[in-house]
Each structure stands twice: as structure tokens, then as C-alpha cells.
Design a protein around this ligand. Structure first.
Ligand SMILES: [Zn+2]
Length: 99
């Protein structure tokens, strides 16, 4: 899995089709494209494709963290985009894509 980090004020683009999955304007909801596997934040799952088991991912995240759970998903070809808020929040958002 390739992992990229974007700044908390950046938008998130699909690395395969460049669709704007998350327009960072403070009000837009995430909009998935066909390559989106998972959108999760420290608050929980915002989107999960049928190829992943949302329930077991949430169970795992409850015991560790979304950062650990998402990076350990067995998808070698996938691309993970991480976004962390500045201190003191360190709120994380995780966008997983696969072609
Ligand atoms: Zn896409």
C-alpha cells in the first residue's frame, strides 16, 4: 500500500481518476468515485465499499486506531491518503483507493 499525507486544508483527489473525493471548503460531504474503498475518520466510517467488512474494521479501530487499522488492510495495490489536523486535535481522516 502506498501512503500519502495531505495537509488539513487540502482537498483529497482520487489518485486514479482525479475525482475530487473531498472538497475541503468546510461544508462539502465526501463524494466517492469507483476507486474509493474506504473513507474513515476518527469518528467512524463515512464510506465503505462492498469489498471491505465495515463492521470488523470498526471493531478493530475501537481497540486501536483508524491509522493502524487502515494501514494494515491487506490491499498491496491500494493508495491511502491520510490527513491529520494540527495539534491539539490531531483528528485523522483516511481515504483508501484501489484501481
Ligand atoms: Zn477514482
Amino acid at each position: 500500500m502506498k501512503i500519502f499525507e495531505v495537509k488539513p486544508d487540502e482537498s483529497v483527489y482520487c489518485p486514479f481518476c482525479e475525482h475530487v473525493v473531498f472538497l475541503n471548503d468546510g461544508e462539502s460531504e465526501p463524494e466517492v468515485c469507483p476507486h474509493t474503498l474506504l473513507i474513515a475518520t476518527d469518528l467512524g466510517i463515512a464510506f465503505c465499499s462492498d469489498t471491505l467488512d465495515a463492521e470488523s474494521l470498526e471493531d478493530e479501530a475501537a481497540e486501536s486506531s483508524w491509522a493502524d487499522v487502515v494501514s494494515e488492510i491487506d490491499k498491496p495495490e491500494a493508495v491511502l491518503i491520510e490527513m491529520y489536523e494540527e495539534a491539539p486535535e490531531f483528528f485523522g481522516a483516511f481515504y483508501l483507493f484501489e484501481e
